[in-house]
Design a protein around this ligand. Structure first.
Ligand code: FAD
Length: 420
């Protein structure tokens, strides 16, 4: 067997984490992406490294989603569409919003979360990446007692999986962070998590990959995964007609992984759930940890002296124009919880990007039996920044013949069957 030469498709958190881990195992790696590294979903997200976040497929979520469907300002929005694939995705998603599946995914997410934090710790220690990384946890902040009760129940459930959660009253929260308004009744503090500036994290990861000999480039789109007559991966073909040889290909192209995977016969029911993000400057008081403002599902993360507000889950065909009211809703929604000068703060960045979502709420990570040499890492939905590092480590291990430290059985990339 020749020594591995790996092409990674996509330079988001999953692709670059895989390349970084492979470089520690002495493997030759090339990362191909048409876009610059610090311009993607992995850079514009809320920066919550949220160990303990519950999956999207929660019992009751699909019914709530149907109620929200017609509102252009609700946290979850399904664009009116006749796209059959989106309706089929929604139907499968609905079927997975049940208690037994929730328990199984929580078990897997807990294992992935702890292992990913260990990868992140290792990365921070080795690179001293200047990305405002802080282990301050995140808070589920509530304005109504009913919501606080719901959050407390969710936390009790999560504690069974080993998470460290604590209830805090509105007064205690304001003592910690005076920016919270008196209308806030309390919060659940998920203490295992961390925050970072995701763009700075990605820049640090890129810099370290290059320093370790990873080739990043050319900036071109991969159009096809090349295979031998026997079906084994041989490399990739790019939009400029060039071909790059490889013993292994890692497909980590986020929501755009679907056509490349389906071209090699593996069904991939990915949809993009668009989210929006604004960065505010000039506030005089900020939250101390990330906060999910529960009634609105807006995430507020302090990054240095700025506040990032991210939110909305907009399911629909890719590439549609932004819905401006969703961006505006971020500041309006957060204003009901946070003062600190938020109303008058300057918007210095606006951004929208896609979370790659599979209908069972689990990512796709690992090898594909029918295509030897192919590995897939996508579908991390709203947890990609958190779980991308362990997805990368797992794939690197598989490539060099080690076994993964986490159980990948719920994440098989070919679990949705074959195309056709
Ligand atoms: C508003 C918002 C807030 C979020 N907040 C958080 C959070 O706080 N914490 C968290 O853990 N997660 C969060 N997420 C989710 C997280 O950002 C994503 O799950 C994660 O970034 C996905 O990473 P990825 O590497 O799979 O894909 P991406 O980052 O999308 O990277 C895929 C890359 O593949 C490239 N590509 C596509 N097609 C091709 C091709 N044909 N050839 C070559 N390259 C290709 C793209 O250019 C891109 O660079 C959030 C997402 C959004 C939208």
């Amino acid at each position: 067997m020749p020594s591995p030469r790996v092409v990674v498709i996509g330079s988001g958190i999953v692709g670059l984490s895989t390349a970084w881990e492979l470089s520690h195992r002495g493997v030759e790696v090339q990362v191909i992406d048409p876009e610059p590294v610090h311009d993607q979903a992995s850079c514009g997200n809320a920066g919550m490294l949220s160990i303990g976040h519950v999956p999207l497929t929660r019992p009751g979520v699909s019914w709530r989603g149907l109620r929200w469907m017609l509102s252009r300002t609700s946290p979850l929005y399904i664009r009116p569409t006749i796209d059959r694939e989106i309706w089929s995705w929604l139907w499968h998603f609905h079927q997975h919003c049940n208690e037994p599946w929730f328990e199984r995914t929580m078990t897997s997410l807990a294992q992935q979360g702890w292992a990913s934090m260990a990868c992140i710790d290792r990365f921070m220690e080795e690179t001293a990446c200047d990305c405002l990384f802080k282990k301050v946890g995140w808070m589920a902040v509530c304005r109504t007692s009913a919501m606080l009760h719901e959050q407390a129940e969710e936390a009790a459930l999560a504690q069974r999986h080993g998470y460290d959660c604590a209830m805090i009253s509105g007064a205690e929260l304001r003592a910690l962070a005076p920016c919270y308004r008196s209308a806030v009744v309390g919060a659940v503090h998920w203490r295992d998590s961390a925050i970072c500036d995701p763009r700075a994290y990605m820049k640090g990861l890129e810099r370290s990959c290059r320093a370790r000999g990873v080739m990043i480039g050319p900036r071109v789109r991969v159009t096809r995964i090349l295979r031998s007559k026997e079906g084994r991966v041989e490399g990739v073909e790019c939009a400029d007609g060039s071909r790059v040889k490889a013993t292994h290909v890692v497909l980590a192209a986020g929501v755009w992984s679907k056509p490349l995977l389906e071209d090699v016969g593996v069904r991939c029911p990915l949809v993009g759930a668009r989210g929006y993000n604004i960065r505010l400057q000039g506030m005089h008081a900020l939250p101390v940890a990330s906060a999910v403002l529960c009634e609105t599902s807006i995430a507020a993360t302090p990054t240095g002296s700025d506040l990032r507000l991210a939110g909305t889950l907009e399911i629909g065909p890719l590439g549609k124009p932004w819905i401006r009211s969703r961006l505006e809703q971020l500041r309006k929604g957060a204003d009901a919880y946070i003062d600190g000068g938020l109303r008058d703060a300057a918007t210095v960045e606006e951004w929208a990007g896609y979370r790659p979502c599979l209908p069972d709420g689990m990512p796709a990570v690992g090898t594909v039996d029918s295509v030897p040499g192919l590995l897939v890492g996508t579908g991390h939905a709203m947890l990609g920044m958190t779980l991308g590092p362990i997805a990368g480590e797992s794939m690197a291990r598989l490539i060099v013949g080690e076994s993964s430290t986490i159980d990948l059985s719920l994440m098989r990339p070919d679990r949705f069957g074959r195309v056709g």
